[in-house]
Write a protein that binds this ligand. Structure first.
Ligand code: NDP
Length: 287
């Protein structure tokens, strides 16, 4: 039977540490603050944003939520970001995606001050991740590395196969694995004979966005499987990119969905907000 990599447990432990750090900062009059901007009425985004602000409150991080209408002009959004960039009480800024069509998402990302870019999507921060010299990491890949660390799974020398090359998950994940001295293969929708690659993985990361896409015949005996997917099946049930029931008996360790990678993503956002508060209040160097 595979070891279940319990992201909920790792998240709890990390949040306890962050709670202590927030309390220490409070003694010096510093309250980490996160501004979350939501444009439009996307139901999924509303749930994500609510979860993020609630998680902040639980830790003593101040949060502000800006709900802008669907037809918000790009200039108005940029104006708000400019205001948040200049506000000393705001340490982190997050603009929830997806954004409506009239708004250029990359322009918005580039507008956020890199020191307040707690999503780590700004090109400056992306470049630093490439160099292996970073302050902020994108939340999902950072959370995955934390789970592996917590369970004593060292990627060094192992073959890590990442399925998916998105800017928010697949690419940064591959880079972090490389920094951790894994040998990395990145697969995507143009990869030929995907299973021949995934079967070779010591660590397989599935970030595809297709329900139960990775089946038992696509994984090797004893692999470690990280399931990033968050999909709804035909019955509306939350499920991953991995066919858990089929794959679990074959592998040495696996993250469940829910309760695997998901809880770590918000936790790493909290981590980045605390880091930003330290940097902007000069409690930490911005190396
Ligand atoms: P994207 O849709 O941005 O990227 C999906 C990637 O999968 C693309 O690189 C795409 O390739 C690749 N892909 C699609 N079909 C295939 C295929 N048949 N074979 C091989 N590769 C394929 O998704 P995200 O990276 O944003 O998210 C992936 C999943 O993770 C989603 O289910 C999302 O909901 C979930 N997610 C979960 C989070 C969490 O906290 N647990 C956080 C973020 C995302 P190509 O580039 O060629 O199109």
């Amino acid at each position: 039977m595979a070891q279940i990599l319990d992201g909920k447990l790792v998240a709890q432990k990390t949040r306890e540490r962050l709670r202590r750090e927030v309390a220490e900062l409070a003694e010096e009059g510093i309250v980490p603050g996160l501004a979350v901007v939501l444009v439009g009425n996307d139901v999924g985004s509303q749930v994500y944003v609510r979860n993020k602000t609630r998680a902040c409150e639980e830790l003593g991080i101040r949060s502000w939520q800006y709900n802008l209408p669907e037809d918000t002009a790009q200039a108005a959004l940029l104006e708000l970001i400019e205001k948040l960039n200049a506000d000393p009480e705001v340490h982190g800024i997050l603009v929830q995606s997806p954004l409506p069509a009239q708004i250029d998402e990359s322009l918005v990302t580039n507008y956020i001050r890199p020191e307040k870019d707690v999503d780590a999507f700004h090109p400056f921060n992306v470049g630093r991740i490439m160099l292996g010299d970073y302050t902020y990491l994108p939340c999902t890949p950072a959370g995955i590395m934390e789970i592996l660390r917590e369970y004593g799974i060292d990627p060094a020398g192992k073959h890590c196969v990442v399925v998916g090359r998105s800017h928010i998950v697949g690419r940064p994940m591959s880079m972090l694995m490389l920094h951790a001295n894994a040998t990395v293969t990145i697969c995507h929708s143009h990869t030929r004979d995907l299973a021949s690659h995934t079967r070779q993985a010591d660590i397989l990361v599935a970030a595809v966005g297709r329900e139960r896409f990775i089946t038992a015949d696509m994984v090797g005996e004893g692999a470690v499987v990280i399931d990033v997917g968050m999909n709804r099946d035909a019955e509306g049930k939350l499920c991953g990119d991995v066919d858990f029931a089929g794959v679990e008996p074959k592998v040495s360790a696996i993250t469940p969905v829910p309760g695997g990678v998901g809880p770590m993503t918000i936790t790493e956002l909290l981590q980045n907000t605390v880091t930003a508060a330290k940097i902007l209040s000069k409690k930490a160097e911005n190396p």
